[in-house]
Design a protein around this ligand. Structure first.
Ligand SMILES: Cc1cc2nc3c(=O)[nH]c(=O)nc-3n(C[C@H](O)[C@H](O)[C@H](O)COP(=O)(O)OP(=O)(O)OC[C@H]3O[C@@H](n4cnc5c(N)ncnc54)[C@H](O)[C@@H]3O)c2cc1C
Length: 504
C-alpha cells in the first residue's frame, strides 16, 4: 500500500505526492478511458475489478452470487500488516453476506479493547464503547476472502496492472500489463491514485487533505484502552495536532493526524513526523529511546467537495478510496466499505441483471450523501487560520470540547453514529444548538472565520439532510414498495444520505 511508510524510503514518495497535490497539476492526467461504437461480442467476465485491497470484498460478494468476476491487482493480493480498526457491529456484514465463516470472522479480529477516550486540551474527558475498538488483521481477512472468491469461481490476476479501458455498446475492454480482458462492468478499486479518477478530476486539486503519521511500536506503557479523538496541545506550526491510539497485536498503534488546506505554510509529512517524535513521549509516557518501532505509518487523504464523482463513461463504477465517498473527517475507508458493502453488492447485482450499466444508472450507486457533505464545515473549523494574528491557538480544542459536551449530553445514540462517520439530522441539530447555548462567544468568533460562502454551502447540505430524512420516512411506509432499479437506488440514497442505515 502506497500510504504506509515502512520501509523508510516510502516517506519521500508520500511527501512528493503531498507536494504535487499542494501545487496542483503541471500537466493534465492522460485519458485512460475511451469510447468505441463497435460491438464487443463475447466477454471474459461479467465484472472486472481493478485493485484488490478493498476490491476483494466486493469481488467475493459478487462471485458468491454467481457472477463471473476477474480481479486484477498490480501487486500481490495481500493485506497490509497494520490492523484496520473498526467495530464488531460494522463487521457483522461479512457474516450476513456469508463471506466469512463464524470461525474466520472471529479469527480476523486480533485485538479488542473496552473503551476509547475523547478529549481536547484542558476540557473534559469522555469514554466511548463500541467504536474502532476491534483491530482486524488485513492479511488474514484478504487470505480468507481470496480463498472463498476462488472457490466461488472468481479469478485473481496478480502482477497485472490496469492500463486503460474502452467502453463499447455491449461491454468494456480492459487493457492490462498482461493483455486484454472484457466484461460488462469495470469496478475501479485502485485507491486515491486511480488513473480513472485522475482523468475524471481533470487535475482538480483536493479541497483539503488529512495528513497522518504514526507507528505501531513496542516499549510504550501497556494500556488496555484507546484514544478515538484526542489532543493535548494547542495549534502549532500551522496545524492542530490530533491523536489516535489503539492497543495492537504487535504493540501499540499511535497516530498524529491533522486537517489542512493546500497552503505552503501547512506542514510537510517530515515536519509532522518530527513533531510526532517530539510529542509522543509526553502523550504516551515513554522515553523515545525506550521505543522500538515495529513499523512507521503515514498517509495523505485528499478530500474533494465535488463528490460523488461522475466517471468518464458508461460501465464504470468506483468503490473504496477511489470513489471519494468516505467522510472528509476520517480516514476510515475500510469502515466505509463495510458500511456500504451490502448496498453496493445488491445494487451491482441488480444493475447487471437488469442491464442498467450506463453512466446515469451506475451513478446512483455512489450517490450524494448530505450527511457527509455537512461535515466539511467541521473540517474547516479544525484548520487554524494563518492570516489572523490574534487568533487563540486553544480555540479549536475549546470548540471541540463544546461540541462533544453537547453530543454527550444528547446520549450515545448521537455520539456513536457520529464517531462512525454517520451524521444524523437530530444529533447534528442537538450538537449545534448545544454549542451555541454553551459558548455563544466562541460561535460568534468562528462564523466570520468560516465565511459566508462556506456557511451558505453548509446550509444547503443541512437542508438536504432534512429533506432526505423526510423522504426516507415517506419511502419507508409499507405502501411505498415499487421495486424497479431506479426507485430502489433512490430509496437507498435517502436512507444512507441521512444516516438511517446506522444500526444502533
Ligand atoms: C496509516 C493508515 C491507517 C488507516 N487505518 C484505518 C483504520 O483503522 N480503519 C479504516 O477503516 N481505515 C483505515 N485506513 C484507510 C484504509 O486503509 C483505506 O481506506 C483502504 O486501504 C482503501 O482501500 P482501497 O482498496 O480503496 O485503496 P488502496 O488501499 O489504495 O488499494 C488500492 C489497490 O489497488 C491496487 N492498484 C492500484 N493501481 C492499480 C492498477 N493500475 N492496476 C491494478 N491494481 C492497482 C493497489 O496495489 C492496491 O492493492 C488507514 C489508512 C492508513 C494509511
Amino acid at each position: 500500500m502506497a500510504e504506509l511508510i515502512s520501509p523508510p524510503e516510502a516517506l519521500p514518495a508520500l511527501e512528493a505526492w503531498w507536494g504535487s497535490l499542494r501545487q496542483g497539476p503541471t500537466v493534465l492526467p492522460p485519458a485512460v478511458v475511451h469510447r468505441c461504437s463497435e460491438r464487443l461480442g463475447s466477454r471474459d467476465a461479467d465484472v472486472v475489478i481493478a485493485g484488490g485491497t478493498l476490491g476483494i470484498l466486493l469481488g467475493a460478494a459478487l462471485a458468491r452470487r454467481g457472477w463471473r468476476v476477474i480481479l486484477i491487482e498490480r501487486g500481490i493480493l495481500r493485506g497490509r500488516e497494520q490492523e484496520w480498526n473498526t467495530s464488531r457491529q460494522e463487521l457483522q456484514v461479512l457474516l450476513e453476506l456469508e463471506l466469512l465463516t463464524p470461525t474466520e470472522w472471529e479469527a480476523i479480529q486480533v485485538t479488542h479493547y473496552p473503551s476509547g477516550r475523547i478529549g481536547f486540551g484542558e476540557g473534559p474527558t469522555w469514554w466511548v464503547e463500541g467504536v474502532l475498538n476491534v483491530g482486524v488483521d488485513p492479511v488474514g481477512l484478504l487470505e480468507f476472502l481470496k480463498q472463498h472468491f476462488l472457490d466461488w469461481g472468481g479469478q485473481v490476476r496478480e502482477q497485472t496492472g490496469f492500463l486503460s479501458a474502452t467502453v463499447h455498446p455491449d461491454g468494456i475492454r480492459i487493457q492490462t500489463t498482461a493483455g486484454q480482458l472484457s466484461a460488462q462492468l469495470l469496478v475501479d478499486a485502485m485507491g486515491h491514485r486511480s488513473p480513472i479518477v485522475a482523468q475524471a478530476r481533470q487535475g482538480q486539486p483536493p479541497d483539503s487533505v488529512c495528513l497522518v503519521v504514526g507507528s505501531c511500536a513496542q516499549g510504550l506503557p501497556d494500556q488496555p484502552t484507546g484514544d478515538l479523538f484526542y489532543s493535548f496541545t494547542p495549534a502549532q506550526n500551522g496545524y492542530q495536532p490530533f491523536w489516535e491510539a489503539f492497543p495492537a497485536r504487535d504493540g501499540r498503534t499511535t497516530y498524529l493526524f491533522t486537517y489542512c488546506d493546500r497552503d505552503p505554510r501547512r506542514p510537510s509529512l517530515e515536519r509532522l513526523w518530527q513533531d510526532y517524535c517530539r510529542l509522543l513521549p509526553a502523550y504516551q509516557g515513554a522515553e523515545l529511546a525506550q521505543i522500538r518501532w515495529v513499523r512507521k505509518l503515514g498517509g495523505v487523504f485528499p478530500a474533494y467537495r465535488r463528490s460523488p464523482l461522475q466517471l468518464p463513461g458508461d460501465r464504470l463504477l468506483a468503490v473504496g478510496d477511489s470513489s471519494g465517498s468516505q467522510s472528509p473527517l476520517s480516514f476510515g475507508g475500510f469502515g466505509a466499505m463495510l458500511r456500504h458493502l451490502d448496498r453496493l453488492q445488491q445494487g451491482i447485482h441488480e444493475a447487471l441483471a437488469q442491464r442498467q450499466l450506463d453512466r446515469a444508472a451506475l451513478a446512483l450507486l455512489q450517490p450524494y450523501q448530505p450527511n457527509l457533505a455537512v461535515t466539511w464545515l467541521f473540517q474547516k473549523a479544525m484548520i487554524p487560520p494563518l492570516a489572523e494574528k490574534n487568533w487563540d491557538p486553544n480555540s479549536i480544542n475549546r470548540l471541540l470540547s463544546r461540541v462533544f459536551e453537547a453530543m454527550m449530553a444528547a446520549g450515545p445514540q448521537v455520539v456513536q453514529p457520529f464517531l462512525q462517520d454517520v451524521v444524523q439530522l437530530g444529533g447534528l441539530a442537538q450538537a449545534l444548538w448545544g454549542v451555541m447555548r454553551r459558548d455563544p462567544a466562541l460561535v460568534a468568533a468562528l462564523l466570520p472565520r468560516l465565511g459566508l460562502p462556506e456557511l451558505l454551502a453548509w446550509a444547503g447540505h443541512f437542508g438536504a439532510l432534512g429533506l432526505y430524512e423526510l423522504l426516507q420516512r415517506l419511502a419507508d411506509r409499507p405502501e411505498a414498495t415499487p421495486q424497479d432499479y431506479f426507485w430502489k437506488r433512490r430509496r437507498e440514497a435517502w436512507r444512507y444520505g441521512c444516516g438511517r442505515d446506522h444500526l444502533s
